[in-house]
Design a protein around this ligand. Structure first.
Ligand code: 13P
Length: 287
């Protein structure tokens, strides 16, 4: 059964580790992430962007697929199904479809509007036993065509949003979605520290987990990050493994064109990436 992300993140914050949010795109992604979490006895959050939800034909399909897999694969570790960077309308649809967690990304609105919309959605999430993530200060890079600069959030605005009763809070600290450019200045630990001092127990979320060096990840966890989002890295690993299979001509040997064979190296590559991240985040054995 899907669970809200509240318990797993409160435990992670208190235990000084982070739970990974891995974004899903299809059946192979979902199966790879769920099996790895179960093998490592780790809690996990499946992230679904609005674009990925649409690609998979809608949120109801996603809920059906994930619930089916939890049962058929005997997944017993805590799993949350979470809308990533949701709009107000997207959040309403996911509540209706049976997600267990939502993110409302109101970071592009003026703070008053972000507060008003987040307040309404916190109420709805609570009524439905779901966790809710809010965002302050846009995360840089491009995700589903939304481009942000990688700004640092205002700690006082973070406090204002945290006080609305959200479950976890994403704050821009110089992080960027996708690959980091060579001239990236790194995470702003000063900002993160100031945010944690004002928001206390609130589990903080680090977006743009792809390509952040291990030492920065570890330091961010010591400063209150309890959820780390990873998307691009699984995509790169999948593409790389699939390209090698095809370049080696394996799809031309025997029944190598069978999608169950063709997609197998990419599937294994996602599993290896998720394992590496769970080990780095410290969530192994914490289910
Ligand atoms: P990356 O694609 O950079 O790993 O970021 C993922 C993310 O933050 C999803 O919200």
């Amino acid at each position: 059964m899907l669970v809200s992300a509240k318990d797993m993140l409160e435990k992670a914050k208190a235990g000084h580790y982070a739970v990974g949010q891995f974004n899903i795109n299809n059946l192979e992604w979902t199966k790879a992430i769920l099996l790895t979490a179960q093998e490592l006895n780790s809690p996990v959050i499946l992230g679904v962007s609005e674009g990925a939800g649409k690609y998979m034909t809608g949120y109801k399909t996603v809920v059906g697929m994930v619930n089916g897999m939890l049962e058929e694969l005997n997944i017993t570790v805590p799993v949350a199904l979470h809308l990533d960077h949701g709009s107000y309308e997207g959040c309403l649809k996911c509540i209706e479809a049976g997600f267990s967690s939502i993110m409302f990304d109101g970071s592009h609105y003026p703070i008053d509007e972000n507060v008003a919309k987040t307040t309404e959605l916190v109420k709805l999430a609570n009524e439905n036993g779901m966790s809710i993530e809010a965002e302050v200060g846009s995360i840089g890079g491009e995700e589903d065509g939304v481009i942000g600069k990688g700004e640092c959030a205002d700690p006082n605005e973070c406090k204002a949003i945290a006080d609305l009763g959200v479950t976890m809070l994403a704050a821009g600290i110089g992080n960027i979605h996708g690959k980091y450019p060579d001239n990236w200045e790194g995470l702003s630990f000063e900002t993160l520290d100031a945010i944690q001092q004002l928001t206390g127990e609130m589990p903080l979320v680090l977006h743009g987990g792809t390509g952040i060096p291990a030492d920065m990840i570890k330091k961010a966890i010591t400063l209150g990050v309890a959820k780390i989002n990873v998307n691009t890295e699984c995509q790169l690993a999948f593409a790389d493994a699939t390209r090698k299979y095809i370049e080696a001509g394996k799809d031309l040997e025997g029944k190598g064109f069978d999608p169950r064979k063709l997609l197998a190296p990419g599937f294994e590559a996602i599993k290896a990436t998720v394992k590496e991240k769970m080990e780095l985040f410290g969530s192994v054995g914490k289910a």
